[in-house]
Design a binder for this molecule. Structure first.
Ligand code: ADP
Length: 258
């Protein structure tokens, strides 16, 4: 399939026997080793594991930021492997939004300026929906902070602006990589709560990578990674809200049931 138009009935993310081997000279580092799972629309899934277990590599593969050595990533019915670089970029812009540990806000622009420029880069046909942005700002509790520069905001506020920037394009998937990694406990809790609300109140599909089991627990489903593989799947606290959680995924399961 060479189009970026998605198929709405399929899972939003399908990872099939994904592997990624980094090569430097004669040394090969297998960072992701045969990972398969699916994420349904409206799910909140965490991927948790210790440092070096392959989480970031999996994040880059799912976000189309790096190519798999083997296996497939299908986003909203579209297989990354069938796309050229320009089409992959287009798929990313249209379907995926990213939130990173280091907020990545442009320091010379206000919070609003950051949101507007990201929207313009996403090349949506329709103009930015100000009413929706207003709704998001209320949801994320950043109303009144939007005319400030990032340096005038707390870390938690900066991350909430980054989440607003990600959500304003109405992405099919929000991919978050250690979104609380740079925050103190209080701000971490607020940011996690905001991610949870975006999932529950907007139906946003969220996939969050974290090394922190407590943060991971807010999801509906938790995939545990070790040595480049998903070794177990666990039901998270968010599962009780019926956010796309499949009943058979309850409790900790063997990896074959992913
Ligand atoms: P995590 O995010 O769980 O810390 P990573 O995906 O960053 O794990 O890393 C998984 C493994 O791949 C580690 O052994 C790491 O050293 C290795 N790795 C990550 N990126 C590269 C790279 N660009 N080149 C070579 N090895 C890498």
């Amino acid at each position: 399939m060479g189009s970026v138009e998605g198929a709405t009935a399929s899972p939003i993310i399908e990872a099939e026997k994904l592997t990624k081997v980094y090569r430097s000279g004669r040394i090969e580092v297998p960072a992701v080793r045969g990972v398969s799972f699916t994420v349904e629309r409206g799910e909140f899934v965490s991927i948790v594991g210790p440092s070096g277990s392959g989480k970031s590599t999996l994040f880059y593969l799912l976000g189309g930021l790096t190519r798999a050595t083997s296996g497939r990533v299908v986003i909203d019915g579209v297989d990354f492997a069938t796309l050229n670089d320009a089409q992959r970029t287009q798929l990313r812009r249209h379907r995926i939004a990213f939130v990173f540990q280091k907020f990545n806000l442009l320091p010379t622009l206000t919070a609003m300026g950051n949101i507007e420029i990201a929207y313009s880069v996403s090349r949506r046909k329709e103009p930015l929906d100000r009413a929706y942005l207003d709704h998001l700002s209320g949801l994320l509790a950043i109303k009144g902070r939007l005319e400030h520069l990032p340096s005038e905001l707390s870390g938690g506020e900066q991350q909430r602006v980054a989440i607003a920037r990600a959500l304003v394009t109405r992405p099919a998937i929000l991919l978050a990589d250690e979104p609380t990694g740079n925050l103190d406990t209080k701000n971490s809790e607020v940011v996690l709560e905001m991610l949870m609300r975006s999932n529950r109140e907007l139906g946003q599909t969220v996939l969050m990578i974290t090394h922190n089991p407590e943060a991971a627990a807010i999801a509906g489903r938790i995939l545990h990674m070790r040595d480049g593989q998903v070794v177990s799947v666990e039901r998270g606290r968010g599962a009780s809200n019926g956010n796309g959680m499949r009943p058979e995924s309850g409790g900790t399961t063997a990896v074959g049931q992913v």
